[in-house]
Design a protein around this ligand. Structure first.
Ligand code: ATR
Length: 289
């Protein structure tokens, strides 16, 4: 077990990040005398921060907006997944080298594996609808490709962005997976064949909601996953629950992606349980589960 090690989340801004609360909960629970803190780092400050990292001031940490894409050249090594997803969210120091990894896709998969049993059974015959074509969607599309979903439909307000993302993701070598780009208003036509709907866009935050999504057109067995967790019960999840569809909220993905980094830095695979969820729900001002 690693003690007295310091880990971080860097971003700009970063003060909103829930990651310190989450990692500090685990540090305390496992009696590890390390630390995890949020550090506001601008793009200009990244090279000097990396020097500190390489000289051992930190054991590693997380990376959030706007640095997930612009730290590639600063890392000494990057994982194959990072190359395919095009974003880094976890840094690990090994032998004075900074290793860039991505755990968002793992967090997404482990959360669904826990919350929606058999969600990927016969994946090679399943269709997924991904709402949004921004940074967050890439790791999720990658994850569904790894599980060999038959069809992945990317729906975005700006269709050109969906087209460009679908082209990039097609370069990742899972030829059997079909990726298609659409505008949001094609949801209602695609819904009858969809097994899984994932909102990766920022809709749901700040009192925004999708207009005109005919959730009724989905099969009764469809699963709706929102990665937004502020609020935890997004309008999309509320609408889906109202017609008795299976829903999965966004907090779990955050917890599972974090567990990957914690284990790398501190040598303990942390448990994801209701105590942790409730701790974070109270930090978010949400009711315990
Ligand atoms: P992130 O890295 O968090 O994914 P992003 O790259 O800014 O952030 O992407 C935000 C996503 O939310 C995009 O898919 C965006 O759609 P556009 O590409 O058309 O901008 C989507 N989004 C944000 N606000 C939206 C709104 N009011 N209506 C529809 N889509 C919206």
């Amino acid at each position: 077990m690693q003690n007295n090690h310091q880990a971080f989340v860097i971003g700009d801004p970063v003060s909103h990040s829930l990651s310190p609360k989450l990692h500090q909960f685990w540090l305390k629970k496992y009696n590890i005398s390390g630390s995890y803190k949020a550090v506001n780092i601008s793009a200009n400050e990244l090279p000097s921060f990396f020097q500190k990292l390489q000289t051992g001031e930190f054991i590693g940490g997380n990376v959030t907006i706007p640095h997930k894409e612009n730290i590639f050249s600063l890392c000494d090594e990057i994982s194959q997944e990072v190359k395919e997803i095009g974003a880094i969210n976890t840094l690990v120091l090994k032998d004075n080298k900074v290793f860039g990894a991505n755990s968002d896709w793992i967090g997404f998969l482990e959360n669904l594996d826990r919350e929606a049993l058999n969600w990927d059974k016969n994946a090679e015959q399943k269709h997924a609808i991904i709402l949004g074509a921004g940074g967050a969607s890439r790791a999720i599309i990658y994850a569904l490709m790894r599980r060999k979903f038959s069809h992945i439909h990317i729906l975005n307000r700006t269709k050109d962005r969906a087209i460009s993302l679908s082209k990039q993701m097609k370069l990742v070598s899972y030829e059997e997976v079909k990726i298609r780009a659409h505008s949001l208003d094609e949801f209602n036509n695609l819904a009858p064949k969809a097994d899984l709907v994932v909102n990766t866009s920022s809709i749901g935050m700040n009192d925004t909601k999708f207009e005109n999504l005919a959730l009724d057109n989905l099969p009764k067995s469809a699963i709706i996953n929102d990665i937004v967790y502020t609020p935890l019960n997004t309008p999309l999840l509320i609408d889906a629950k109202n017609i008795r569809l299976k829903t999965v909220d966004g907090l779990g993905m955050l917890l599972f992606q974090a567990a990957f980094g914690f284990e790398k830095w501190f040598g303990v695979k942390p448990e994801i349980d209701n105590d942790l969820r409730n701790h974070l729900l109270s930090a978010l001002g949400e009711k315990p589960c």
